[in-house]
Ligand binder design. Structure first.
Ligand code: ITT
Ligand code: MG
Length: 196
């Protein structure tokens, strides 16, 4: 199979998707290797934004592309930050800024009402005008902690409590996160599609 461009500027995603694909006969190259700039994520769904990103990378490189649009859905916040997870605390917000805002918004909310889930939509497009993009979705249930714990992973991992492991996703060994995560589940579906 030819090289696939990974349409993301997020190094944490590049690392996880590369680890997950290491066992497959699929070579992915991050879009930064082709100087693909970020594109405005103007959609209101993960699916729309993933298509926007995959189409943009495919158009600029002339190669097939995979994009990942993901985020955190918190029940006590009516689903926020959702598709706006990366810009929750503002356009140029860091992961830490976003976490501070999230914990602030959840102040006083008891443990049993801090339920949340990560979503990951992966889109594969053969070329920029592909009329049938492959769309895969994975989700991962957890709870938002009261403070940051753990150094692994990225984004909201330090405040995402995984009941089954009794750890935050930033405390999980990388292979365990990859096994359980929204991204791991979406990628397992995509790999099945390539195997067809
Ligand atoms: O759009 P690209 O370039 O792919 O990179 P991004 O970081 O902007 O990615 P998104 O637009 O998909 O926003 C995803 C947000 O959700 C967070 N997120 C996604 N997956 C995560 C994970 O596995 N662990 C922690 N946070 C995650 C991430 O930190 C971002 O704030
Ligand atoms: Mg983004």
């Amino acid at each position: 199979m030819s090289t696939i461009v990974l349409a993301t500027g997020n190094k944490g995603k590049v690392k996880e998707l590369s680890e997950l694909l290491a066992a497959e006969q699929i070579t992915i190259v991050p879009q930064s290797d082709f100087q693909v700039p970020d594109v405005p994520e103007t959609g209101t769904t993960f699916v729309e934004n993933a298509i926007i990103k995959a189409r943009h990378a495919a158009k600029i490189t002339g190669k097939p592309a995979i994009a990942d649009d993901s985020g955190l859905e918190v029940d006590a916040l009516n689903g926020a930050p959702g598709v706006y997870s990366a810009r929750y605390a503002g356009e140029d917000a860091s992961d830490h800024d976003n976490i501070v805002k999230l914990l602030e918004q959840l102040k006083g909310v008891p443990a049993e009402k801090r339920t949340a889930r990560f979503h990951c939509v992966l889109v594969y497009m053969r070329h920029s005008e592909d009329p049938t993009p492959v769309i895969c979705h994975g989700s991962w249930e957890g709870q938002i902690t009261l403070e940051k714990q753990g150094e692994q992973g990225f984004g909201y991992d330090p405040v995402f409590w995984v009941e089954q492991q009794q750890l935050t996703s930033a405390q999980l060994p990388r292979e365990v996160k990859n096994q359980l995560s929204h991204r791991g589940q979406a990628l397992a579906q995509l790999v099945k599609h390539f195997g067809k």
